[in-house]
Design a protein around this ligand. Structure first.
Ligand code: ADP
Ligand code: MG
Ligand code: ZN
Length: 553
């Protein structure tokens, strides 16, 4: 090889040194090995295939999902001095001829194509005549139904290895759990690939979860403490985006809405005003994301529960790109879980439905977890966080306190057990509190052993314990309209004294005051679940899936 890797890095790309992981990936590709690399956005994935594309003889075929981005990518590569072109449906006939000519003459380092090309026989035939150095699949998670951005077109990439058995394939993505990773490797048929997983940790982001009570007031309190900062508030529906934005404007906050229901012109205008710091806050649906290129976003607030951890990570990831501290707060209400679950239940494809449920459960687990949020998020991406205390999440900083409530939990669980799992929260709390009600006398529940075992505390206390037990999966609600309490498997070790039960309380710290919250972390869970169920049942006449897709973006 005439030019060394180091020389090419500085002469062609103008960089003094490699970023983490780049050099190993480049070496693997120079050795014609398959590669699978997970690196966060901005990590420098392009260089990993552009540098070997420059050094190796022949053409590197880059698969990229967005036609709109392809031209920019090619322009950038050409500006670097690489011989790059793209092929997609937007190309004029004469340009397509020119590109095919380059292909036949072996005149290219890089050819960017959209995935659907691989379903076209004439393209494959031309490619088979060309000398190919390797294939680079960008945004490779699009091939996996388990990812958050599945694109059926990507499935045709499975055939690459069959068509070109001697050519290496490199897959790149910024988001992949181990499950998605395994799926990508399997679908692309990668052969013992060189594996790289860069860290997903964003040390400058503070993660917080606060109970959602009076959301607009909570948001306002947060914004009032940070009058000069800019940030994003995510809400699930257009309607909620509009109402939150209007409320904040009415309170003198410089906020604008952003969702797919606005005209292109309005969306663009709002985005530009945000980028130019003319407004502080964008209240947005998940439609706001792709085009954000603002490095000083100081906070990302979630007014509603995201559907999965990948979305949560991507959305919070828009904060603090400049590396300075930024705050992420999720306002969590168990009712949101029930809402999302309800929509998931409308999904017809059972596999898709199962995936959506398991993704939602992971998100809820993180919101309710008793342990470091950062550790949990990283754990979701298959990464082990090395420190005991991250110092930048509400749990680790002690904004949330864990209190042992094992004995109280045992009293509730035992009352449920002794009454056969046939009663609701009010009645169970009455039994433990030793209330004298007609129902208790009628069922003879004043005779059971747990009756009055907790008469030293009021009913509200026992309702909170019940909520916490529901939140931590120790109690289930029956699926019928009665919502009776039943023991879940996790209740057994607690009843037997083999496992502790702890509840989370928000301390009256600065953060807690800021979110205007107090009391039990999971207060009102039972009521929220039941109200939501009733509401959903009442609304059953409405075609829910249509409502969902129309109002979500
Ligand atoms: P990704 O695709 O992983 O999100 P890019 O390939 O777009 O990231 O790179 C992000 C930025 O980092 C680009 O501006 C790129 O020029 C720059 N970059 C990449 N590698 C290096 C390097 N070794 N040294 C300095 N800057 C780099
Ligand atoms: Mg990229
Ligand atoms: Zn932590």
């Amino acid at each position: 090889m005439s030019e060394s890797v180091q020389e090419a890095l500085s002469r062609v790309f103008g960089f003094d040194e490699f970023r983490p992981n780049q050099e190993e990936i480049v070496s693997a590709l120079l050795e014609k090995r398959d590669v699978f690399a997970v690196m966060p956005t901005g990590g420098g994935k392009s260089l990993c295939y552009q540098l070997p594309a420059h050094l190796l003889p022949g053409l590197c075929v880059v698969v990229s999902p967005l036609i709109s981005l392809m031209k920019d990518q090619v322009d950038a590569a050409q500006a670097t001095g690489l011989r790059a072109e793209f092929l997609n449906s937007s190309l004029l006939v004469k340009d397509r001829r020119r590109v095919f000519q380059c292909l036949e003459n072996n005149d290219l380092d890089l050819l960017y194509v959209s995935p659907e090309r691989f379903a076209m026989p004439d393209f494959l035939a031309t490619l088979k005549q060309a000398e190919i150095s390797f294939f680079a699949i960008d945004e490779a998670h699009c091939i996996s139904e388990w990812g958050h951005d599945f694109r059926p077109d990507y499935l045709s990439l499975s055939k690459i290895v069959d068509h070109f058995p001697k050519v290496a394939v490199a897959a790149f993505t910024a988001t992949a759990t181990h499950q998605v990773q395994d799926d990508i490797i399997k679908k692309l048929q990668l052969r013992n690939p060189h594996l790289t997983r860069a860290s997903f940790d964003r040390p400058n982001l503070f993660y917080q979860v606060a109970p959602k009570e009076d959301l607009n007031m909570q948001l306002l309190a947060f914004l009032r403490e940070r009058p000069d900062e800019s940030g994003i508030i995510y809400r699930t529906t257009r309607k909620n985006v509009e109402s939150t934005a209007a409320f904040l404007q009415g309170q003198g906050i410089k906020a604008l809405p952003y969702h797919a229901g606005l005209s292109d012109k309005e969306r663009k205008a709002h985005q530009e005003q945000f980028n130019r710091d003319e407004i502080n806050v964008v209240v947005a649906t998940i439609a706001f994301g792709m085009g954000i290129d603002k490095s000083n976003v100081r906070f990302v607030l979630h007014g509603d529960l995201p559907k999965n951890v990948e979305s949560y990570y991507q959305e919070t990831g828009r904060a603090g790109r400049d590396g300075d501290p930024a705050h992420c707060c999720l306002y969590f209400s168990p009712g949101d879980t029930v809402k999302i679950r309800y929509f998931i239940d409308q999904i017809e494809d059972l596999v898709e439905q199962k995936i959506a449920i398991s993704q939602l459960n992971k998100m809820v687990q993180i919101a309710q977890a008793n342990a470091c949020r950062r550790r949990n998020i990283l754990d979701y991406f298959g990464e082990t966080y090395p420190k005991d205390n991250c110092k930048t999440c509400d749990i680790c900083t002690g904004d949330v306190e864990r209190i042992d409530a094992t004995i109280d939990a045992q009293k509730i669980l035992s009352a449920i057990y002794r009454t056969g799992g046939k009663f609701g929260a009010v009645h169970i709390a009455d039994i433990v509190a030793g209330a004298d009600t007609e129902r208790i006398r009628r069922f003879g529940h004043d005779k059971i052993k747990t009756y009055g075992a907790g008469s030293d505390r009021d009913k509200r206390h026992w309702r909170r314990i019940i909520d916490a037990l529901i939140a931590q999966d120790c109690i289930r609600l029956s699926d019928d309209q009665y919502s009776v309490l039943q023991l879940a498997p996790k209740a057994t070790p607690i009843l037997r004294g083999q496992a502790p039960f702890r509840i989370l309380c928000q301390k009256e710290t600065k953060t807690a005051r800021r979110s205007l919250s107090s009391g039990d972390f999971s207060a009102g869970l039972f009521d929220a679940l039941r109200t939501e169920r009733r509401r959903v049942a009442r609304d059953l006449g409405v075609p829910p899936f249509v409502v969902f897709s129309d109002h979500t973006l």
